[in-house]
Write a protein that binds this ligand. Structure first.
Ligand code: WTA
Length: 707
């Protein structure tokens, strides 16, 4: 790593306010380093360079014993890594533990009266609710007793949880973990149909819901989507025996949906029979699956990433401790949703294994105004804050000076989920962090369990816009399409891969091990028979650049996944939804740059012969996408085109459509079967006058390459 330069002279923030978000996106150059404060370094969990040395490649894989030893094991592991059947790794072989015990029970001796969770309801008139570790222990046990004795669930069964950000969500997850029930949490913003498909894929007999919740000042009737989920799962061949419904206001059913006798049960009522019961945590094999998390990939069907108990918990605990610098006395707030991997790893499992106080906020950041997050931080004295670039861009736009009004002090801030533009990073640093908090920009994925690239907050200087060096024990490499290494400082981008296994990596895709191999390991594997882990690099499907200082800059997806506001959207899923509409002949979904959300989906459709192009069709596209996937997939625009640009073999050239939607050069189109269509579509989208071309971002230039 190059020697860090001194902190650059900060410009007064008022001039920065004048830059528009779209200008920011292009003003991206190598940035000056910034250093953490002495005060931060003095208290940091990771400040000893000797600790870092222990993760040198020559110490792999045993270096990860340092993470596993942060946990309480019922039985110690015999072997750190069994790599005899690549790429199906086994971590901490022979070890036994319980994830719930590690996140709850073991803290009672020292911290039973300390807040485990602080729930902040969206309506500001409702007070925050504090759940101590003792109370959490009681509630988790009662729920575990109910899951076992009322719902008939046992170790190894899967259960699908479709819930908003209320404390009953982590309580339910931990109760599952106590019994070794594999939870599959579906993000609350997905539709009932999307939930039903995931429930069917995982073979869940039981669904767990909430009746409703507050979001952006409105009441969301969530129970209604349970009925759709049950219907969808049943249609897919997976009957649902029970739907357990948490009431947002215990004792009051807030949904208009009917209650189906002998299928729907209110948790608050059922729990009365389990008051005070305790359930022994089931000692689990380190390799026993802990949870599934469905995510989008290159084909239409979402895939269930299966995470193991021991390796996953060790990895998130270690990374939360050393990169997020979580101590038990910290008040930690991750403003993500538990329905995504960030929430699993860094709201629930990581922080709670460390005995931290984790804040749970029900609503959207800018409700009722852009000062809300800073009021929460002030009130609860939050000192570690974690959020996404989209949220930062949104809050910057809606309330540039708001953070200054509030008397809170972060020691540490995290960003995750998308590349963050240096100008936005600087606002986060100077205004939100008051130039006191250290920032880590963490790059990772649902599949990877925890952070892969990030600075070590007390040891590495920060560089705005860069995820930073590899995390401890992670050895990345960037390869071009031919498998040639793209060296540090070459100025070229390539595909980032991880050369070695690590404990947080998913075990497999639920029910589809072959797809696991093909999707993540086939691309750069030269010998499928090899039993040596060195021949099995993990392919992340992200583009990246590596300057001479060893700080990775992540450029975004190179497959057909679009990162919308930090959420992964599979364009094939959206296209499949469009194709269920009878009038539509073909559909292609491409990303467009958006100044707040990063990327947004744009839909191109062509209609069957004789079908008139109407607004009604466009409306149908929107409602179908919202029903089949959810509001998060709502397209920004829908273009009805006479035909799609296609190769001679009939493949839709999505790259060309993406170039048009982003005013970029469409490149060589002479090989198309119908090159004339390109100008027609361009005119339809951009108007008659040719607009100046822009140098677009790498992910859009390469969009659809992998498809
Ligand atoms: C993107 C979220 C740039 C990346 C944890 C990745 C990032 C996808 C960063 C995974 C970052 C995540 N900088 N890009 N710090 N973090 N990404 O599975 O494209 O929801 O492949 O996991 O988000 O999204 P996922």
């Amino acid at each position: 790593m190059a020697k860090a330069r001194q902190k650059s002279k900060a410009k007064p923030s008022s001039t920065k306010n004048k830059l528009t978000e779209s200008q920011i996106a292009v003003h991206w150059k190598e940035e000056e380093y910034l250093r953490p404060s002495k005060k931060f370094i003095a208290q940091a969990n990771l400040a000893d360079p000797a600790f870092v040395k222990k993760f040198d490649e020559k110490h792999f894989p045993e270096c990860f014993d340092l993470y596993a030893s942060l946990l309480d094991w019922d039985k110690p592991w015999r072997k750190t890594l069994d790599s005899s059947n690549p790429p199906f790794w086994k971590w901490f072989v022979g070890g036994k533990l319980n994830a719930c015990y590690n996140c709850v029970d073991r803290h009672l001796a020292k911290y039973k009266n300390k807040a485990a969770l602080i729930f902040v309801p969206e309506p500001e008139s409702e007070p925050a609710a504090v759940i101590t570790y003792q109370e959490l222990y009681k509630r988790v046990n009662e729920v575990a007793a109910m899951l076992r004795d009322f719902a008939g669930l046992k170790t190894g069964d899967r259960v699908t949880i479709h819930m908003p950000m209320i404390p009953e969500l982590p309580i339910t997850m931990l109760a599952c973990a106590r019994l070794g029930i594999v939870h599959s949490v579906v993000f609350g913003g997905f539709s009932g149909e999307a939930c039903g498909l995931r429930a069917a894929d995982s073979g869940s007999r039981v669904l767990i819901y909430a009746d409703g919740y507050h979001r952006n000042g409105k009441w969301v009737d969530h129970k209604a989507s349970a009925d759709i989920a049950v219907h969808t799962a049943t249609k897919e061949g997976q009957p649902i025996e029970k739907v357990l419904i948490w009431q947002r206001y215990p004792g009051r059913f807030t949904s208009d949906a009917p209650v189906v006798a002998n299928r729907d049960f209110f948790v608050n009522d059922v729990l009365k029979n389990y008051r005070g019961q305790t359930v022994e945590p089931v000692s689990q094999d380190a390799e026993a699956p802990l949870f599934l998390m469905y995510t989008s990939g290159t084909t239409g069907k979402p895939k269930g990433c299966q995470h193991r108990t021991g390796g996953y918990l060790a990895y998130v605990t270690g990374t939360a401790k050393y990169y997020q610098d979580i101590h038990p006395e910290d008040v930690y707030w991750c403003m993500a949703d538990i329905g995504w991997i960030t929430g699993h790893s860094y709201i629930v499992y990581g922080p709670m294994a460390l005995g931290a106080t984790s804040v749970l906020y029900e609503g959207v950041p800018q409700y009722p105004d852009a000062g809300r997050p800073w009021r929460i931080a002030e009130r609860l004295d939050v000192n570690i804050f974690h959020t996404s670039p989209t949220a930062i861009r949104m809050l910057r736009k809606a309330g540039f000076h708001e953070p200054k009004i509030y008397n809170y002090h972060f020691k540490h801030m995290t960003t995750v989920g998308e590349p963050i533009e240096p100008e936005v990073w600087k606002w986060y640093y100077e205004v939100v962090g008051k130039s006191q908090a250290v920032i880590v920009d963490t790059w990772w994925q649902t599949e990877t369990g925890g952070f892969l690239c990030t600075t070590k907050p007390a040891l590495d200087p920060m560089k705005p816009g860069s995820a930073g060096p590899a995390a401890l024990g992670i050895y990345p490499v960037i390869w071009d399409e031919e498998g040639k290494e793209v060296k540090a400082g070459s100025g070229h981008a390539g595909n980032i891969c991880i050369r070695n296994p690590w404990p947080g990596i998913m075990q497999t895709i639920w029910g589809d091990p072959q797809r696991f191999v093909t999707q993540y390991y086939k691309k750069y594997n030269k010998n499928p028979k090899s039993k040596n882990w060195r021949d099995w690099p993990y392919y992340a499907a992200d583009g990246a650049m590596l300057p001479a200082d060893g700080y990775y800059r992540i450029l975004g997806r190179v497959d057909d996944v679009i990162n919308v506001a930090g959420h992964r959207l599979g364009t094939k899923e959206v296209e499949s939804a469009c194709l269920t509409i009878g009038e539509i002949a073909e559909a292609a979904v491409v990303p467009a740059v958006d100044e707040v959300k990063g990327r947004v989906p744009v839909v191109y459709i062509s209609l069957k012969p004789g079908v008139p192009s109407t607004k009604a069709i466009q409306d149908k596209v929107i409602s179908t996408i919202e029903t089949m996937i959810g509001k998060i997939a709502r397209p920004k625009t829908i273009h009805i085109v006479p035909d799609m640009p296609k190769t001679r073999s009939g493949k839709i050239m999505r790259r060309v459509l993406a170039a048009i939607s982003n005013h970029m050069d469409t490149g060589d189109i002479t090989t198309l079967a119908n090159p004339d269509i390109v100008e027609q579509i361009r005119e339809l989208v951009q108007g008659r006058n040719a607009t100046p071309l822009k140098e677009g971002p790498e992910d859009i230039k390469r969009f659809g390459e992998e498809a």
